[in-house]
Ligand binder design. Sequence first.
Ligand SMILES: Nc1nc2c(ncn2[C@@H]2O[C@H](COP(=O)(O)OP(=O)(O)OP(=O)(O)O)[C@@H](O)[C@H]2O)c(=O)[nH]1
Ligand SMILES: [Mg+2]
Length: 237
Amino acid sequence: MRPLVVMPTFNEAENIASMLPALRAAVPQANILVVDDSSPDGTAEVVRSLMAKDSAIHLLSRPPKSGLGGAYREGFRWGIEKGYDALIEMDADFSHDPLQLPSLLEAAEAGAGLTIGSRYVEGGSIPKWSWHRTMLSKGGNLYASLLLGLKVRDATAGFRVYTPEALAAIGFEEVKLDGYGFQVEMTDRARQAGVRIVEVPIKFIDREVGESKMSASIVVEALAMVTRRGIRRRLGR
Ligand SMILES: Nc1nc2c(ncn2[C@@H]2O[C@H](COP(=O)(O)OP(=O)(O)OP(=O)(O)O)[C@@H](O)[C@H]2O)c(=O)[nH]1
Ligand SMILES: [Mg+2]
């Protein structure tokens, strides 16, 4: 396979400086596209200095803090145009361990259209999260699976591999949400389109460097989307 890691960043200068070499070592066959939203902390400059010595690293610069969903849409479009055949979603904050990427790629190679690095399947594990963060994540997943019948344990997970065929079947250009909402809607559309979904266990590591961009509005947006899609389905539309 010719994989492309699409990695959105906003103020991840310190993380990206060690993430890029770690990724190159763990998955030498993969190229990396950093999608940076004009981070004021100089993330793009760090990427450019590494790009100068390594042609497998690429950078897409966007206006300030334009949202995670849009960063993935633009990154996927870029990768599909360039002919990559595995499009990877991955955070820059080391929550997703580069050393676990090969096991996700194995599932994709074995025929999964969507591979999810899952915290909630056998062998997966959850970080040292506070009880309310764990409740939010598990509760959100439960709500989504009840309303949408997803049959996926970790629908909010952001460590994934898509094939270009799966992305086309999903109609990813139409998914306008950010954060968790983006992940859940992509999963729901994949299931509806008959894409083969496989969950691979991962150990999720809590962010140690830099600041979280998670916000209440991202949670509300996701819950509203799940409710809307769930009700619409029950009404038969
Ligand atoms: N390009 C871009 N990247 C973003 C944006 N918001 C977040 N990111 C990146 O998306 C990834 C996930 O964001 P996080 O802030 O770690 O969100 P989270 O994982 O839900 O929250 P934590 O668990 O607290 O880390 C990181 O690599 C961020 O830098 C954005 O608006 N644009
Ligand atoms: Mg994070």
